[in-house]
Design a protein around this ligand. Structure first.
Ligand SMILES: NC(=O)c1ccc[n+]([C@@H]2O[C@H](COP(=O)([O-])OP(=O)(O)OC[C@H]3O[C@@H](n4cnc5c(N)ncnc54)[C@H](OP(=O)(O)O)[C@@H]3O)[C@@H](O)[C@H]2O)c1
Length: 309
């Protein structure tokens, strides 16, 4: 099986590459904008691919004819999407259209070619009035990021190729040459430096270890899953509870964590108050089995130790 991953320099992209390259039955094509930023460059093919460049998408897909495309690439900074709407729509939705059109056209040209497109989506497409949520909830985006991700979902669902969608929630993990932080590291690093942090107690999520999300996507590819799957962690926590667990785990000063409300934190993009996912469908159909939040922190600690050594 040939699997092509977009956005392979990103958090999920890197986890997918490091897992998939170990499977000798898979030909892996990792793709990202510009240079490959992974430390380990052996055991897979690397192609530079900007998914907002239609010709680039056509050429790379035509060259490799992947059986599965896992589309992790996106503009994931929610506030940046609010202020740079044109690029947000281009990166998160138009680029998905380019990929679908390229695969549809290759499928039309070759009756034996049946590509499987696995797309990454988000809990932010919901308005956050209640949770945790099943796959059947009705979306109602609150931010422009969410609008772009919902637009992409509609493009994928209308396609003529075999598709699946992994919706996920608040992903955390350690990767090579990290370009952006995540909630666990942010809490840890600030408390270690003795800094006070304001943490909301009115937003609820099921935080997702990046390795678990990668496993979910790989299971979707292996089981040739179709349709929408919630792929997140299993613990439903407020962001404040989450920060307390991080402080407890690292034995840091919890008094530095100041409970606050979303309304008091000035951010360009609105966040849904309550999301989190019910993951029964993924457990049942795919055998998806994520770690608990505490187990996830422990895995991150081991990875951090390895980076420091
Ligand atoms: N992280 C979360 O909490 C979260 C929650 C819900 C859903 N998701 C979804 O999960 C997916 C993976 O997220 P992630 O956490 O892995 O995000 P990430 O770490 O920000 O990675 C996204 C990657 O996409 C790349 N990218 C952006 N524009 C591109 C383009 N035009 N061509 C090729 N690559 C491009 C970025 O490249 P550069 O590194 O060069 O900028 C980055 O490496 C995304 O679809 C996201 O919307 C994430």
């Amino acid at each position: 099986m040939k699997i092509l991953v977009t956005g392979s320099n990103g958090l999920l992209g890197q986890k997918l590459v490091y897992k998939l390259k170990l499977d000798t039955t898979i030909v892996l094509i990792a793709t990202a904008r510009g240079e490959n930023r992974l430390v380990d460059k052996a055991g897979y093919i690397y192609e530079s691919l900007d998914i907002t460049n239609k010709e680039n998408v056509n050429a790379v897909f035509k060259k490799h004819l992947p059986d599965v495309v896992i589309n992790t690439a996106a503009m994931t900074n929610v506030d940046a999407c609010e202020t740079d709407k044109e690029n947000a729509m281009l990166m998160n939705a138009t680029s998905v259209e380019y990929q679908i059109i390229a695969l549809e056209s290759l499928q039309e040209q070759n009756q034996n070619y049946k590509p499987h497109f696995i797309h990454l989506s988000t809990d932010f497409i919901f308005d956050g009035t209640h949770g945790p949520l099943t796959e059947d909830e009705k979306p109602n985006p609150l931010s422009f990021y969410a609008e772009t991700k919902l637009a992409a979902e509609k493009i994928v669902q209308a396609s003529k190729i075999k598709w699946a969608m992994a919706r996920t929630v608040l992903v955390y993990g350690i990767v090579d040459n990290m370009s952006r932080s995540n909630i666990v590291l942010w809490v840890k690093q600030n408390l270690e430096q003795g800094k006070t942090i304001n943490v909301v107690d009115d937003q609820f999520r099921t935080p997702t270890l990046a390795e678990d999300l990668a496993d979910g996507c790989i299971l979707m590819a292996q089981k040739k899953a179709e349709g929408i799957y919630n792929i997140s962690g299993k613990d439903f926590l407020s962001i404040l509870q989450l920060a307390h667990k991080v402080a407890d785990y690292y034995k840091l000063d919890k008094a530095l964590i100041k409970p606050s409300k979303s309304a008091d934190i000035k951010q360009p993009a609105k966040r849904p108050p309550i999301t989190g996912f019910i993951i029964e469908k993924a457990k049942r159909d795919l055998g998806y089995s994520p770690h608990s939040f505490e187990e996830g922190i422990k895995i991150m600690v081991e990875q951090l130790k390895r980076i420091k050594n």
